[in-house]
Structure formats: C-alpha cells, structure tokens
Design a protein around this ligand. Structure first.
Ligand code: PLP
Length: 483
C-alpha cells in the first residue's frame, strides 16, 4: 500500500469515496422546533411539479445515460437498437406491470428476461428478501441457505446430484464448459448458431466456412485462437451433427445447447434431433450440456429436460446450467451434474472455479422463495394455460387481419414470428418479417404492452398476468395488426 493511501485510511476510519476530512466535533443537537403540518397542495399542483421539476422524460434520461454509460445501457438489447426508438426507463413494477419515467404503465412480457415468473413484488419473495437483508448482505463464508437452494435444485431435477452456485448465467455456462473439458480431458466443443450461452470468449462464435473449419469470433476482442476449439452447427440439423461427430467425435469435450432456444425467439430442438444428439454424445464420450438458464424452472418445474424426458425414454443431459428464475430477480445462477463429474471441481479437483459473491445470502433467499412458490401444485399448469391463451389469441387476431403469424409456447415462455411456419433454425428466424415485427412492437408499446424489443427474443408470462391482462394484450394486438 502506498504511504499516501495509508494516510488516507488512517484519516478516514471508515473508507468512503468522498473527500478526506478531519472529523469535526458534532455539536449536540438542539431539540427541533415543532413543524406545522405542510399545507396540502392540490393534485394538479403536485402533478405539475412532478412532471416539470422532479422527472426527466425517457428521452432526457436516455441522453443523460449515453453521456456516462456506453449506448446508455448496461446490456445491449435494452438500447432498442433492433427496433429503433427510445428505451423506456423503468421506475417501478408491481405484479404484471411496469411503469416508465413518464408514469406510463405497461403489461410486462419481459419479466427481466425470465426471472420474474411470479410477477413483480410477490409478497413471499419480498418478505424473504427483506428478512435476509437484515441478517447480512454478504459473508464470504458458507451459509445454510446455500445448502437449501442446492437441495431444492437436486430434488427438482433428476440426474443432478450436486450444484455449484454462481452469480450470472454467463459465469455458469463458462464454468460448465471448463468442467466438461476438465472432466473429459478434451478441448473441442459444439454449439449451435442462434443459441446464446452468455458472453464468455469461447462462446462468442459464428460458424466457419465448413465443417472442417472451426468458428470465427462474433465479437472484437476475442482472439481467433480462443475460439479455435468451438464448432458451430445449425440448430435442428441432424446431418451436420452426424458429420461433425464423425470428424471430431473423439476430441469433443461437450455439446452445449439451449434445448428450447430462447435467444432466437422460441425454437424447439426437434425430438428426433435431440434423441440423435444424446446418442452421439454417449457414443463418443462427449458430455451433453443443457443451457437451461432461460428454460429452467420456466417451461416446466423440471426444466426443458423434463419435457424431452417425457418424450424420449431415459433422456437426461449430462450437465445442466441454470440462471434467471433460480435467482427470482437477483444475481444467481448454477450448474450441476453427477457427483462423479462435480468431483473435478475445486476444492476437490483440478478444475478451478470461484466467486466472491457466489451463493449470496440475499440472492439465495430470493431464489428459494421463488422456487417454493412455483413448486406448489398446479402452478405450471395454470401458467402454461395462460401463456397458451395469449399466443392463441395473438394468432387469431393476426388471422383476422390476414397477417401470417406462427406461435409457440411451453410453460411460461412463448414466441411469435411474422412467418407462415415456425422457423427451425437461426437463419430462418432472421428471415422472418423484421419490418413488420418492428412496427408491431412499437404499436404494442404505444398501447401499453411491453414485448421484447427484438424479433430474436422470447417472451415471458408470469403468474401475476390475469385473464384480463391477456385479453387487453390481444385487443391491443388486434389494433396493431390492422395498423
Ligand atoms: C440469459 C442467458 C444466459 C446468460 O445469463 P446472464 O445472467 O445474462 O449472464 C446464458 N444462457 C442462456 C440460455 C440465457 O438465456
């Protein structure tokens, strides 16, 4: 520590980012004079002052944000680049609704990109978080709540015997790949175009020119050498999959997949494709990694893997990655698998992985409360039915306006495409009608319905969305399709 810094610490016994000042003697407070209750202002006056003095518009906030935050946002999709226009700055949310800086209310179909499966401000979740906050924000030492959350995940997902908790989906996916490589002693991995697994270097890849060549980075700052072991294939393409295994099978550590892809809108891996993928992985000793950061505890209580297990006897992935819903809106993610594979992880094994805030006591309280609510009998049946009623309603409204619209949903997750049929892979998704989507998005936003601001994103319904909210959404869509 440099001498100047030490002096600073000595001077300010509690470090702060403010200027260093000598402690002043605080004069004993004189008793406050009793204040008269303030005069009640008229509602008009209060409203006027709220708009003119306190509040900036979305536009003004966006301008201000762009001065100090690149693009004005802390995650790119929030900038509305795909659809154009001004991002809404959210001030608060409750149940199925969010309010922006101009106090406009929206029915929220993003739900923080999945986590808010109970809606905003569920009382049981708030209570658990508030209690946890008073007990301490972070300890950097183990807690019982981490065990409870791990036990809950192990109970809910067959095939998982142990989990490690981390703070983001990116971190979980990155760690799962390191674990797969460490456990198999192999380097190569397969991912699929249009699947997103967070922004770890090795995963920011697009397909090379042929199967013999590995991928190219999709981001500046990722050296080609870092992605030289990553092979990118077309989703739902069995032929490519077989060719890739024939050529690289013995060198493959793992195949990572979003079983129902939510980062190219909503695309299911077809059953025959998934079945063949499982066979090939087993045959060649590659680990099948399910990235269920979005689908986990969202499409069903057992995640997308339970949907595939229901159709393919004995089906299970080797490693599962979770995030979003398991944190219930707080930074929390996890990866898990068999005890045998997890033994490779530090401190037991040679695969290093760590995190200062991993298993954070407030985040685990939030996640546990959320999982407790969604595990209640009938929760997913009701959520799935409500979500289905939304996409069915959208499709009927589109049909009435002679607009081609393909829809799908599973549990509380949905997708819709301005196309005659459901796309099966990334290029088909990107070939759907973008201009139409963007018009529809803004027409809905104007009418107080907040959908994901890009045609390649999925949508989310929460338990707080009522039949009336769905009906209001469909009524807005009827107008938007006609516009
Ligand atoms: C959101 C997401 C991630 C990344 O999670 P972060 O918490 O944003 O890092 C990874 N995989 C999938 C499938 C996701 O949807």
């Amino acid at each position: 520590m440099p001498a100047s810094a030490r002096a600073w610490v000595a001077c300010c016994r509690i470090g702060s980012s403010g200027r260093c000042r000598r402690p002043r003697k605080v004069p004993k407070k004189a008793p406050r004079p009793k204040r008269r209750p303030p005069k009640r202002r008229s509602r008009r006056a209060r409203e006027r002052s709220a708009v003119s003095t306190d509040r900036l518009t979305n536009e003004q906030l966006f301008e201000r944000a762009q001065r100090v935050i690149p693009g004005g946002v802390n995650s790119p999709v929030r900038a509305f680049r795909a659809v154009g226009g001004t991002p809404r700055f959210i001030t608060r949310a409750a149940g199925a609704f969010m309010w922006d800086a101009e106090d406009k209310r929206y029915i929220d179909y993003i739900g923080s990109w999945g986590p808010m499966i109970l809606g905003h401000g569920h009382p049981a979740v708030l209570e658990a978080v508030q209690r946890a906050v008073t007990e301490g924000l972070s300890f950097g030492a183990p807690t019982e709540r981490e065990i409870q959350l791990a036990e809950t995940i192990v109970d809910l997902v067959p095939g998982i015997e142990q989990v490690r908790l981390v703070s983001s989906g990116t971190e979980a996916a990155m760690s799962a790949i390191r674990l797969a490589r460490g456990a198999t002693g192999r380097s190569k991995l397969i991912k699929f175009e249009g699947c997103y697994h967070g922004h770890a270097d090795a995963l920011l890849v697009k397909a090379g020119s042929g199967l013999a060549t590995f991928g190219h980075p999709t981001s500046a700052g990722v050296p080609p050498e870092v992605v030289q072991h990553t092979l990118v294939l077309e989703y739902n393409n069995i032929e490519q999959l077989e060719a890739a295994f024939a050529q690289h099978g013995a060198a493959l550590a793992c195949v990572m997949i979003e079983p129902i892809a939510g980062n190219m809108n909503f695309v299911r891996a077809a059953m025959p494709f998934m079945k063949r993928l499982r066979e090939l992985c087993t045959q060649h000793g590659a680990l099948l990694v399910f990235d269920e950061v979005m689908t986990g505890f969202r499409v069903a209580l057992g995640g997308a893997q339970s949907v595939y297990a229901a159709a393919i006897p004995g089906f299970a992935p080797d490693i599962s990655v979770f995030g979003k819903v398991i944190g219930g809106g707080m930074p929390l993610a996890a990866f898990g698998t068999s005890k045998a594979i997890m033994q490779h992880l530090a401190p037991l094994g040679a695969v290093y992985q760590a995190g200062t805030l991993s298993g954070n006591p407030v985040a685990t309280a939030c996640g546990l409360a959320t999982l407790t609510e969604i595990a209640k009998p009938g929760f997913f049946a009701a959520l799935a039915a409500r979500t289905r009623s939304l996409v069915d309603g959208l499709q009927q409204a589109a049909r009435a306006a002679d607009v081609p619209l393909a829809v799908d949903s599973e549990g509380g997750m949905f997708g819709f495409f301005f196309a005659a049929e459901l796309p099966q892979h990334y290029n088909a998704v990107m070939a759907t009608d973008k201009a139409r989507f963007n018009r529809f998005f803004h027409a809905m936003l104007d009418r107080g319905v907040y959908l994901a601001p890009a045609l390649y994103e999925a949508g989310f319904v929460s338990a707080a969305h009522t039949a009336d909210d769905i009906a209001a959404t469909i009524a807005a869509a009827r107008e938007a399709f006609a516009a």
